[in-house]
Design a protein around this ligand. Structure first.
Ligand code: FAD
Length: 470
Protein backbone atom coordinates (compact mmCIF):
# COMPACT_ATOMS: atom_id res chain seq x y z
CA UNK A 1 0.00 0.00 0.00
CA UNK A 2 1.47 3.38 -1.03
CA UNK A 3 1.02 6.23 1.44
CA UNK A 4 0.06 9.14 -0.74
CA UNK A 5 -0.31 12.67 0.60
CA UNK A 6 -2.04 15.26 -1.54
CA UNK A 7 -1.63 18.90 -0.56
CA UNK A 8 -4.76 20.89 -1.39
CA UNK A 9 -8.38 19.86 -2.03
CA UNK A 10 -8.82 22.24 -4.97
CA UNK A 11 -9.59 21.05 -8.50
CA UNK A 12 -6.07 19.67 -9.11
CA UNK A 13 -5.64 17.81 -5.82
CA UNK A 14 -9.09 16.23 -6.01
CA UNK A 15 -8.53 15.33 -9.67
CA UNK A 16 -5.40 13.34 -8.76
CA UNK A 17 -7.29 11.17 -6.28
CA UNK A 18 -10.25 10.90 -8.66
CA UNK A 19 -8.04 9.63 -11.47
CA UNK A 20 -6.68 6.88 -9.20
CA UNK A 21 -10.29 5.90 -8.53
CA UNK A 22 -11.21 6.07 -12.21
CA UNK A 23 -8.29 3.84 -13.14
CA UNK A 24 -9.54 1.42 -10.48
CA UNK A 25 -6.27 1.72 -8.54
CA UNK A 26 -7.43 3.54 -5.43
CA UNK A 27 -7.19 0.31 -3.43
CA UNK A 28 -3.39 0.33 -3.92
CA UNK A 29 -3.11 3.69 -2.14
CA UNK A 30 -3.68 5.03 1.33
CA UNK A 31 -4.64 8.61 0.49
CA UNK A 32 -4.66 11.67 2.74
CA UNK A 33 -5.69 15.01 1.27
CA UNK A 34 -4.75 17.95 3.48
CA UNK A 35 -6.62 21.18 2.89
CA UNK A 36 -5.85 24.26 4.96
CA UNK A 37 -9.27 25.79 4.24
CA UNK A 38 -12.52 24.70 5.87
CA UNK A 39 -14.04 23.81 2.48
CA UNK A 40 -13.04 21.92 -0.64
CA UNK A 41 -12.78 23.44 -4.12
CA UNK A 42 -9.83 25.81 -3.68
CA UNK A 43 -10.31 29.02 -5.60
CA UNK A 44 -13.28 27.38 -7.34
CA UNK A 45 -15.28 26.75 -4.17
CA UNK A 46 -18.77 28.21 -3.67
CA UNK A 47 -19.54 30.22 -0.54
CA UNK A 48 -22.94 30.19 1.13
CA UNK A 49 -24.50 32.92 3.22
CA UNK A 50 -28.09 32.91 4.50
CA UNK A 51 -29.26 30.79 1.59
CA UNK A 52 -27.39 32.81 -1.07
CA UNK A 53 -24.44 31.41 -3.01
CA UNK A 54 -21.31 33.28 -4.06
CA UNK A 55 -18.65 32.11 -6.47
CA UNK A 56 -15.09 33.40 -6.19
CA UNK A 57 -14.67 35.48 -9.28
CA UNK A 58 -17.28 33.71 -11.36
CA UNK A 59 -16.08 30.45 -12.89
CA UNK A 60 -17.07 29.79 -16.46
CA UNK A 61 -16.89 26.14 -17.39
CA UNK A 62 -15.11 26.38 -20.66
CA UNK A 63 -12.68 23.83 -21.99
CA UNK A 64 -10.96 22.82 -25.18
CA UNK A 65 -10.24 19.34 -23.82
CA UNK A 66 -12.96 16.80 -24.71
CA UNK A 67 -11.75 14.69 -21.78
CA UNK A 68 -12.48 17.50 -19.31
CA UNK A 69 -15.80 18.32 -20.94
CA UNK A 70 -16.86 14.68 -20.51
CA UNK A 71 -15.61 14.77 -16.93
CA UNK A 72 -17.67 17.90 -16.11
CA UNK A 73 -20.75 16.32 -17.62
CA UNK A 74 -20.27 13.03 -15.82
CA UNK A 75 -20.57 14.85 -12.50
CA UNK A 76 -23.05 17.57 -13.36
CA UNK A 77 -25.26 16.20 -16.17
CA UNK A 78 -28.38 18.31 -16.59
CA UNK A 79 -27.29 20.50 -13.68
CA UNK A 80 -24.71 22.07 -15.95
CA UNK A 81 -26.56 25.14 -17.25
CA UNK A 82 -25.85 26.86 -20.54
CA UNK A 83 -25.75 30.59 -19.99
CA UNK A 84 -25.70 33.36 -22.47
CA UNK A 85 -22.94 35.79 -21.63
CA UNK A 86 -23.48 39.44 -20.91
CA UNK A 87 -20.67 41.57 -19.57
CA UNK A 88 -19.75 45.20 -19.98
CA UNK A 89 -16.95 47.61 -19.16
CA UNK A 90 -17.54 50.58 -16.88
CA UNK A 91 -15.34 53.55 -17.71
CA UNK A 92 -15.81 57.25 -17.00
CA UNK A 93 -19.45 56.89 -15.94
CA UNK A 94 -20.37 54.95 -19.07
CA UNK A 95 -20.98 51.29 -19.83
CA UNK A 96 -19.28 49.80 -22.89
CA UNK A 97 -20.28 46.56 -24.58
CA UNK A 98 -17.83 43.78 -24.02
CA UNK A 99 -16.46 42.66 -26.39
CA UNK A 100 -16.28 46.20 -27.70
CA UNK A 101 -18.76 46.94 -30.46
CA UNK A 102 -17.84 49.69 -32.90
CA UNK A 103 -21.16 51.58 -32.70
CA UNK A 104 -21.39 51.46 -28.90
CA UNK A 105 -17.74 52.45 -28.41
CA UNK A 106 -18.04 55.25 -30.95
CA UNK A 107 -21.20 56.54 -29.26
CA UNK A 108 -19.60 56.49 -25.83
CA UNK A 109 -16.19 57.83 -26.81
CA UNK A 110 -17.42 60.39 -29.30
CA UNK A 111 -16.10 60.98 -32.79
CA UNK A 112 -13.07 63.03 -31.75
CA UNK A 113 -11.75 60.49 -29.27
CA UNK A 114 -12.49 57.56 -31.58
CA UNK A 115 -10.59 59.25 -34.40
CA UNK A 116 -7.64 59.82 -32.09
CA UNK A 117 -7.70 56.11 -31.22
CA UNK A 118 -7.53 55.15 -34.88
CA UNK A 119 -4.79 57.70 -35.56
CA UNK A 120 -2.78 56.50 -32.61
CA UNK A 121 -3.14 52.93 -33.85
CA UNK A 122 -1.99 54.00 -37.33
CA UNK A 123 0.99 55.81 -35.85
CA UNK A 124 1.97 52.69 -33.92
CA UNK A 125 1.77 50.57 -37.08
CA UNK A 126 4.47 52.74 -38.61
CA UNK A 127 6.55 52.66 -35.47
CA UNK A 128 5.94 49.33 -33.81
CA UNK A 129 7.82 48.33 -30.68
CA UNK A 130 10.56 46.07 -32.01
CA UNK A 131 10.58 44.00 -28.86
CA UNK A 132 7.41 42.67 -27.27
CA UNK A 133 8.75 42.06 -23.81
CA UNK A 134 6.24 44.01 -21.77
CA UNK A 135 2.47 44.01 -21.57
CA UNK A 136 2.20 47.58 -22.85
CA UNK A 137 4.46 46.86 -25.85
CA UNK A 138 2.39 43.81 -26.79
CA UNK A 139 -0.95 45.58 -26.46
CA UNK A 140 -0.04 48.92 -28.01
CA UNK A 141 1.49 47.16 -31.06
CA UNK A 142 -1.91 45.61 -31.68
CA UNK A 143 -4.37 48.21 -30.40
CA UNK A 144 -2.43 51.48 -30.56
CA UNK A 145 -1.34 53.54 -27.57
CA UNK A 146 -4.57 55.44 -27.06
CA UNK A 147 -6.84 52.38 -26.98
CA UNK A 148 -4.30 50.68 -24.73
CA UNK A 149 -4.49 53.58 -22.27
CA UNK A 150 -8.29 53.77 -22.44
CA UNK A 151 -9.22 50.13 -22.11
CA UNK A 152 -6.24 48.14 -20.87
CA UNK A 153 -3.92 50.13 -18.66
CA UNK A 154 -5.99 51.05 -15.61
CA UNK A 155 -7.77 47.71 -15.34
CA UNK A 156 -4.58 45.69 -15.82
CA UNK A 157 -2.81 47.77 -13.19
CA UNK A 158 -5.70 47.23 -10.77
CA UNK A 159 -5.46 43.48 -11.30
CA UNK A 160 -1.68 43.19 -11.04
CA UNK A 161 -0.73 46.13 -8.84
CA UNK A 162 2.34 46.91 -10.96
CA UNK A 163 2.78 49.22 -13.96
CA UNK A 164 1.98 47.46 -17.24
CA UNK A 165 5.55 48.24 -18.31
CA UNK A 166 6.71 45.79 -15.61
CA UNK A 167 4.32 43.05 -16.60
CA UNK A 168 5.58 40.42 -19.01
CA UNK A 169 4.02 40.22 -22.49
CA UNK A 170 3.41 36.51 -21.73
CA UNK A 171 0.30 37.38 -19.81
CA UNK A 172 -1.14 39.45 -22.64
CA UNK A 173 -0.31 36.74 -25.16
CA UNK A 174 -1.98 34.11 -23.01
CA UNK A 175 -5.16 36.02 -22.26
CA UNK A 176 -5.88 38.49 -25.07
CA UNK A 177 -6.75 37.42 -28.55
CA UNK A 178 -4.31 38.56 -31.20
CA UNK A 179 -6.02 41.53 -32.70
CA UNK A 180 -5.99 43.49 -35.91
CA UNK A 181 -7.77 46.84 -35.51
CA UNK A 182 -7.98 47.35 -39.27
CA UNK A 183 -9.73 44.00 -39.76
CA UNK A 184 -12.00 44.71 -36.80
CA UNK A 185 -13.05 48.04 -38.30
CA UNK A 186 -13.68 46.51 -41.72
CA UNK A 187 -15.67 43.73 -40.07
CA UNK A 188 -17.68 46.26 -38.08
CA UNK A 189 -18.41 48.46 -41.10
CA UNK A 190 -19.35 45.54 -43.39
CA UNK A 191 -20.91 43.56 -40.52
CA UNK A 192 -18.68 40.56 -41.15
CA UNK A 193 -18.56 38.04 -38.34
CA UNK A 194 -14.98 36.82 -38.17
CA UNK A 195 -16.34 33.41 -37.11
CA UNK A 196 -13.73 31.32 -35.40
CA UNK A 197 -11.76 32.38 -32.35
CA UNK A 198 -14.16 35.05 -31.21
CA UNK A 199 -15.27 35.60 -27.66
CA UNK A 200 -17.28 32.85 -26.05
CA UNK A 201 -20.87 34.08 -25.97
CA UNK A 202 -22.34 31.01 -24.27
CA UNK A 203 -20.75 29.27 -21.40
CA UNK A 204 -21.56 26.49 -18.99
CA UNK A 205 -22.10 26.93 -15.31
CA UNK A 206 -23.23 24.50 -12.61
CA UNK A 207 -26.69 25.14 -11.19
CA UNK A 208 -25.36 25.85 -7.67
CA UNK A 209 -21.95 27.23 -8.62
CA UNK A 210 -18.63 25.45 -9.22
CA UNK A 211 -18.31 24.21 -5.64
CA UNK A 212 -20.96 21.55 -6.27
CA UNK A 213 -18.55 19.73 -8.61
CA UNK A 214 -15.79 19.60 -6.03
CA UNK A 215 -18.17 18.67 -3.20
CA UNK A 216 -19.45 15.76 -5.29
CA UNK A 217 -15.93 14.61 -6.10
CA UNK A 218 -15.08 14.75 -2.41
CA UNK A 219 -18.17 12.73 -1.43
CA UNK A 220 -17.24 10.06 -3.95
CA UNK A 221 -13.62 9.90 -2.77
CA UNK A 222 -14.49 9.85 0.93
CA UNK A 223 -16.97 7.02 0.31
CA UNK A 224 -14.05 5.08 -1.17
CA UNK A 225 -11.74 5.58 1.76
CA UNK A 226 -9.83 8.74 0.85
CA UNK A 227 -9.30 10.86 3.97
CA UNK A 228 -9.95 14.55 3.33
CA UNK A 229 -8.62 16.60 6.25
CA UNK A 230 -10.10 20.09 6.21
CA UNK A 231 -8.44 22.90 8.14
CA UNK A 232 -5.08 21.10 8.08
CA UNK A 233 -2.08 22.94 6.70
CA UNK A 234 1.06 21.16 5.48
CA UNK A 235 3.84 22.98 7.29
CA UNK A 236 7.10 21.11 6.67
CA UNK A 237 8.68 18.05 5.15
CA UNK A 238 11.17 15.40 6.15
CA UNK A 239 13.57 14.78 3.30
CA UNK A 240 16.36 12.25 2.79
CA UNK A 241 18.31 11.05 -0.27
CA UNK A 242 16.23 12.91 -2.81
CA UNK A 243 12.90 11.73 -1.44
CA UNK A 244 10.26 13.23 0.79
CA UNK A 245 9.82 10.73 3.61
CA UNK A 246 7.40 12.61 5.86
CA UNK A 247 5.11 15.60 6.21
CA UNK A 248 4.15 17.65 9.23
CA UNK A 249 0.69 19.12 9.24
CA UNK A 250 -0.97 21.59 11.57
CA UNK A 251 -4.52 21.03 12.72
CA UNK A 252 -5.68 24.64 12.65
CA UNK A 253 -8.64 23.92 14.93
CA UNK A 254 -6.44 22.77 17.81
CA UNK A 255 -3.16 24.34 16.67
CA UNK A 256 -1.40 21.00 17.06
CA UNK A 257 1.24 19.48 14.80
CA UNK A 258 1.10 15.91 13.46
CA UNK A 259 3.76 14.08 11.49
CA UNK A 260 3.18 11.30 9.04
CA UNK A 261 5.41 9.04 6.93
CA UNK A 262 4.78 9.22 3.19
CA UNK A 263 5.81 7.31 0.07
CA UNK A 264 4.59 9.86 -2.40
CA UNK A 265 3.52 13.53 -2.27
CA UNK A 266 1.42 15.57 -4.70
CA UNK A 267 1.55 19.30 -4.12
CA UNK A 268 -0.93 21.83 -5.42
CA UNK A 269 0.06 24.45 -2.82
CA UNK A 270 1.76 27.60 -4.12
CA UNK A 271 5.11 26.61 -5.59
CA UNK A 272 7.18 29.21 -3.77
CA UNK A 273 5.76 28.21 -0.37
CA UNK A 274 6.40 24.55 -1.14
CA UNK A 275 10.04 25.18 -2.02
CA UNK A 276 10.60 27.35 1.04
CA UNK A 277 9.13 24.63 3.29
CA UNK A 278 11.52 22.06 1.78
CA UNK A 279 14.51 23.94 3.32
CA UNK A 280 16.24 24.80 0.04
CA UNK A 281 19.83 26.07 -0.27
CA UNK A 282 20.21 29.88 0.01
CA UNK A 283 20.68 30.38 -3.75
CA UNK A 284 17.39 28.60 -4.52
CA UNK A 285 15.62 30.43 -1.70
CA UNK A 286 16.72 33.82 -3.01
CA UNK A 287 15.41 33.08 -6.52
CA UNK A 288 12.16 31.50 -5.43
CA UNK A 289 11.31 34.37 -3.09
CA UNK A 290 10.95 36.45 -6.24
CA UNK A 291 7.91 34.47 -7.36
CA UNK A 292 4.95 36.63 -6.45
CA UNK A 293 1.22 36.05 -6.32
CA UNK A 294 -1.52 38.63 -6.43
CA UNK A 295 -4.32 38.22 -3.91
CA UNK A 296 -8.00 38.64 -4.47
CA UNK A 297 -10.73 40.03 -2.20
CA UNK A 298 -14.39 39.40 -2.78
CA UNK A 299 -16.66 41.82 -0.93
CA UNK A 300 -19.96 39.96 -1.09
CA UNK A 301 -23.21 41.85 -0.82
CA UNK A 302 -26.86 40.83 -0.89
CA UNK A 303 -28.81 43.45 -2.81
CA UNK A 304 -32.60 43.73 -3.18
CA UNK A 305 -34.18 42.57 -6.48
CA UNK A 306 -31.81 42.26 -9.46
CA UNK A 307 -29.98 45.55 -10.04
CA UNK A 308 -28.32 44.92 -13.45
CA UNK A 309 -28.44 42.42 -16.32
CA UNK A 310 -24.75 41.45 -16.68
CA UNK A 311 -23.03 38.43 -15.19
CA UNK A 312 -20.07 40.67 -14.54
CA UNK A 313 -18.82 44.19 -15.22
CA UNK A 314 -15.17 45.10 -15.68
CA UNK A 315 -14.48 48.35 -13.88
CA UNK A 316 -11.75 50.11 -15.84
CA UNK A 317 -12.53 53.45 -14.27
CA UNK A 318 -9.56 54.51 -12.10
CA UNK A 319 -11.83 56.66 -9.89
CA UNK A 320 -12.96 53.55 -7.95
CA UNK A 321 -10.83 50.74 -6.56
CA UNK A 322 -13.15 47.89 -7.44
CA UNK A 323 -11.87 45.88 -10.43
CA UNK A 324 -14.90 43.78 -11.34
CA UNK A 325 -18.47 43.36 -10.17
CA UNK A 326 -20.21 39.98 -10.29
CA UNK A 327 -23.94 39.31 -10.27
CA UNK A 328 -24.32 35.63 -9.36
CA UNK A 329 -28.08 35.61 -9.92
CA UNK A 330 -27.31 36.16 -13.59
CA UNK A 331 -24.78 33.30 -13.53
CA UNK A 332 -27.47 30.97 -12.22
CA UNK A 333 -30.88 31.80 -10.76
CA UNK A 334 -30.29 28.98 -8.26
CA UNK A 335 -27.62 31.05 -6.50
CA UNK A 336 -30.52 32.99 -4.93
CA UNK A 337 -32.31 31.87 -1.76
CA UNK A 338 -35.49 30.11 -2.79
CA UNK A 339 -38.54 32.33 -2.66
CA UNK A 340 -36.61 35.59 -2.22
CA UNK A 341 -36.05 38.48 -4.59
CA UNK A 342 -32.49 39.60 -3.93
CA UNK A 343 -29.13 39.11 -5.63
CA UNK A 344 -25.74 37.89 -4.45
CA UNK A 345 -23.22 40.42 -5.74
CA UNK A 346 -19.43 40.49 -5.41
CA UNK A 347 -17.32 43.62 -5.52
CA UNK A 348 -13.89 42.29 -6.50
CA UNK A 349 -10.63 43.86 -5.40
CA UNK A 350 -7.08 42.84 -6.18
CA UNK A 351 -4.39 43.23 -3.54
CA UNK A 352 -0.87 42.25 -2.56
CA UNK A 353 0.29 40.79 0.71
CA UNK A 354 0.52 43.59 3.27
CA UNK A 355 -0.87 46.42 1.11
CA UNK A 356 -3.60 48.85 2.18
CA UNK A 357 -6.48 46.80 0.74
CA UNK A 358 -5.21 43.44 1.99
CA UNK A 359 -4.79 44.75 5.53
CA UNK A 360 -8.08 46.69 5.57
CA UNK A 361 -10.60 45.40 8.12
CA UNK A 362 -13.63 43.49 6.86
CA UNK A 363 -15.84 46.28 8.16
CA UNK A 364 -14.00 48.89 6.07
CA UNK A 365 -13.93 46.66 3.00
CA UNK A 366 -17.70 46.19 3.21
CA UNK A 367 -18.14 49.97 3.52
CA UNK A 368 -15.87 50.46 0.51
CA UNK A 369 -17.80 47.90 -1.53
CA UNK A 370 -21.15 49.46 -0.63
CA UNK A 371 -19.91 52.96 -1.30
CA UNK A 372 -18.48 52.06 -4.72
CA UNK A 373 -21.50 50.10 -5.99
CA UNK A 374 -23.64 53.11 -5.08
CA UNK A 375 -21.21 55.57 -6.74
CA UNK A 376 -21.23 53.52 -9.94
CA UNK A 377 -25.01 53.70 -9.84
CA UNK A 378 -25.72 49.97 -9.67
CA UNK A 379 -27.47 49.95 -6.28
CA UNK A 380 -29.15 52.24 -3.81
CA UNK A 381 -27.82 52.22 -0.22
CA UNK A 382 -31.20 51.22 1.22
CA UNK A 383 -31.28 48.14 -1.05
CA UNK A 384 -28.04 46.62 0.25
CA UNK A 385 -28.97 44.08 2.93
CA UNK A 386 -25.69 42.74 4.27
CA UNK A 387 -22.12 41.97 3.36
CA UNK A 388 -19.18 39.72 4.14
CA UNK A 389 -15.62 39.43 2.92
CA UNK A 390 -13.71 36.50 1.44
CA UNK A 391 -9.94 36.86 1.03
CA UNK A 392 -8.13 34.65 -1.46
CA UNK A 393 -4.36 34.63 -1.09
CA UNK A 394 -2.18 33.39 -3.99
CA UNK A 395 -4.96 33.85 -6.54
CA UNK A 396 -2.87 35.02 -9.52
CA UNK A 397 0.72 34.05 -10.30
CA UNK A 398 2.38 37.32 -11.36
CA UNK A 399 4.23 37.05 -14.66
CA UNK A 400 6.81 39.74 -14.00
CA UNK A 401 10.25 39.79 -15.55
CA UNK A 402 11.88 37.57 -12.98
CA UNK A 403 9.37 34.84 -12.99
CA UNK A 404 10.73 32.56 -15.71
CA UNK A 405 14.22 32.34 -14.23
CA UNK A 406 12.80 31.87 -10.71
CA UNK A 407 10.38 29.25 -11.99
CA UNK A 408 13.20 27.28 -13.63
CA UNK A 409 15.14 27.27 -10.38
CA UNK A 410 12.07 26.15 -8.42
CA UNK A 411 11.31 23.43 -10.99
CA UNK A 412 14.82 22.09 -10.89
CA UNK A 413 14.90 22.03 -7.11
CA UNK A 414 11.54 20.27 -6.77
CA UNK A 415 12.53 17.89 -9.57
CA UNK A 416 15.38 16.67 -7.38
CA UNK A 417 12.83 14.85 -5.18
CA UNK A 418 11.85 11.70 -6.99
CA UNK A 419 8.55 11.12 -5.15
CA UNK A 420 7.28 14.71 -5.24
CA UNK A 421 4.78 15.65 -7.96
CA UNK A 422 3.40 19.08 -8.80
CA UNK A 423 0.02 20.05 -10.23
CA UNK A 424 -2.49 22.88 -10.43
CA UNK A 425 -2.37 26.63 -10.74
CA UNK A 426 -0.32 27.87 -7.79
CA UNK A 427 1.44 24.50 -7.71
CA UNK A 428 2.90 25.06 -11.17
CA UNK A 429 2.88 28.85 -10.99
CA UNK A 430 0.87 28.93 -14.20
CA UNK A 431 -2.23 30.98 -15.03
CA UNK A 432 -4.30 27.80 -15.23
CA UNK A 433 -8.05 27.59 -15.43
CA UNK A 434 -10.00 24.78 -13.79
CA UNK A 435 -9.73 22.53 -16.83
CA UNK A 436 -5.95 22.91 -16.95
CA UNK A 437 -5.68 22.31 -13.22
CA UNK A 438 -7.85 19.20 -13.41
CA UNK A 439 -5.86 17.88 -16.34
CA UNK A 440 -2.58 18.33 -14.47
CA UNK A 441 -4.18 16.40 -11.58
CA UNK A 442 -5.08 13.55 -13.95
CA UNK A 443 -1.56 13.60 -15.42
CA UNK A 444 0.05 13.40 -12.00
CA UNK A 445 -2.04 10.35 -11.09
CA UNK A 446 -1.12 8.67 -14.39
CA UNK A 447 2.56 9.42 -13.81
CA UNK A 448 2.38 7.93 -10.32
CA UNK A 449 0.74 4.79 -11.73
CA UNK A 450 3.24 4.57 -14.59
CA UNK A 451 6.19 5.03 -12.24
CA UNK A 452 7.71 7.66 -14.53
CA UNK A 453 6.89 11.04 -16.08
CA UNK A 454 4.68 9.76 -18.89
CA UNK A 455 2.73 13.02 -19.09
CA UNK A 456 4.28 16.45 -18.85
CA UNK A 457 2.22 18.64 -16.51
CA UNK A 458 4.15 21.67 -17.73
CA UNK A 459 2.85 21.14 -21.26
CA UNK A 460 -0.75 21.85 -20.17
CA UNK A 461 -1.75 25.44 -21.01
CA UNK A 462 1.65 26.05 -22.53
CA UNK A 463 0.63 27.55 -25.82
CA UNK A 464 1.08 31.30 -25.76
CA UNK A 465 -2.35 32.06 -27.06
CA UNK A 466 -5.08 30.63 -24.92
CA UNK A 467 -8.04 32.13 -26.69
CA UNK A 468 -10.65 32.62 -24.06
CA UNK A 469 -10.85 36.37 -23.94
CA UNK A 470 -10.84 38.83 -26.76
C1 FAD B 1 -10.89 35.47 -9.74
C2 FAD B 1 -10.71 34.18 -10.47
C3 FAD B 1 -11.58 33.82 -11.49
C4 FAD B 1 -11.42 32.61 -12.17
N1 FAD B 1 -12.28 32.29 -13.18
C5 FAD B 1 -12.18 31.10 -13.81
C6 FAD B 1 -13.11 30.72 -14.81
O1 FAD B 1 -13.98 31.51 -15.20
N2 FAD B 1 -13.01 29.48 -15.34
C7 FAD B 1 -12.05 28.59 -14.95
O2 FAD B 1 -12.04 27.46 -15.44
N3 FAD B 1 -11.12 28.94 -14.04
C8 FAD B 1 -11.16 30.17 -13.45
N4 FAD B 1 -10.25 30.52 -12.49
C9 FAD B 1 -9.15 29.60 -12.19
C10 FAD B 1 -9.52 28.50 -11.19
O3 FAD B 1 -10.03 29.08 -10.01
C11 FAD B 1 -8.27 27.71 -10.89
O4 FAD B 1 -7.71 27.21 -12.08
C12 FAD B 1 -8.48 26.53 -10.00
O5 FAD B 1 -9.22 26.83 -8.84
C13 FAD B 1 -7.11 26.02 -9.59
O6 FAD B 1 -7.24 24.81 -8.92
P1 FAD B 1 -5.98 24.23 -8.16
O7 FAD B 1 -6.42 22.99 -7.50
O8 FAD B 1 -4.84 24.17 -9.08
O9 FAD B 1 -5.59 25.35 -7.09
P2 FAD B 1 -6.45 26.01 -5.93
O10 FAD B 1 -7.85 26.19 -6.33
O11 FAD B 1 -5.66 27.19 -5.51
O12 FAD B 1 -6.37 24.91 -4.78
C14 FAD B 1 -5.20 24.71 -4.04
C15 FAD B 1 -5.64 24.34 -2.62
O13 FAD B 1 -4.47 24.10 -1.83
C16 FAD B 1 -4.72 24.57 -0.52
N5 FAD B 1 -3.43 24.79 0.15
C17 FAD B 1 -2.48 25.71 -0.14
N6 FAD B 1 -1.42 25.57 0.68
C18 FAD B 1 -1.69 24.52 1.48
C19 FAD B 1 -0.98 23.88 2.54
N7 FAD B 1 0.25 24.29 2.90
N8 FAD B 1 -1.57 22.84 3.18
C20 FAD B 1 -2.83 22.42 2.81
N9 FAD B 1 -3.54 22.99 1.82
C21 FAD B 1 -2.98 24.02 1.16
C22 FAD B 1 -5.50 25.87 -0.76
O14 FAD B 1 -6.24 26.24 0.38
C23 FAD B 1 -6.39 25.48 -1.94
O15 FAD B 1 -7.65 25.00 -1.51
C24 FAD B 1 -10.37 31.74 -11.82
C25 FAD B 1 -9.48 32.11 -10.80
C26 FAD B 1 -9.62 33.32 -10.14
C27 FAD B 1 -8.65 33.72 -9.07
Amino acid sequence: MTHLTIIGAGPAGLATAYELFRQDRLQDFDVDIYEMDRAVGGIAKTLQRNGYRFDLGGHRFYTKFPEIDAFYRSFLGAEMLTRSRLSRIYYENKFYDYPLSASNALGNLGLRRSSLIVLSWLARQFKRHKEEKTFDQWVSNRFGDKLFKTFFKSYTEKVWGIPTSELSADWAAQRIQNFDLLKAMINAVFKINPGSRTIITNFHYPKYGPGMLYERMTDLLVARGVRVHLNYEVMSFEVADGTVSGVTVRDNATNTLHSRKVDCVVSTMPLDKLVLRLSPPESVKAQVERLKFRNFISVNLIVESNPFPDQWIYVHDPAVRVGRIQNFRNWSPYMVKEGEDATPIAMEYFASEGDALWTMSDHDLISLGKDEIVRIGLAKPEHIREGFVQRVPNAYPVYNFNYQRSLEVAKEFVGSFRNLHLGGRGGLFRYNNQDHSILTGFYVARNILAGHEEHDVWSVNEQKEYIEEK
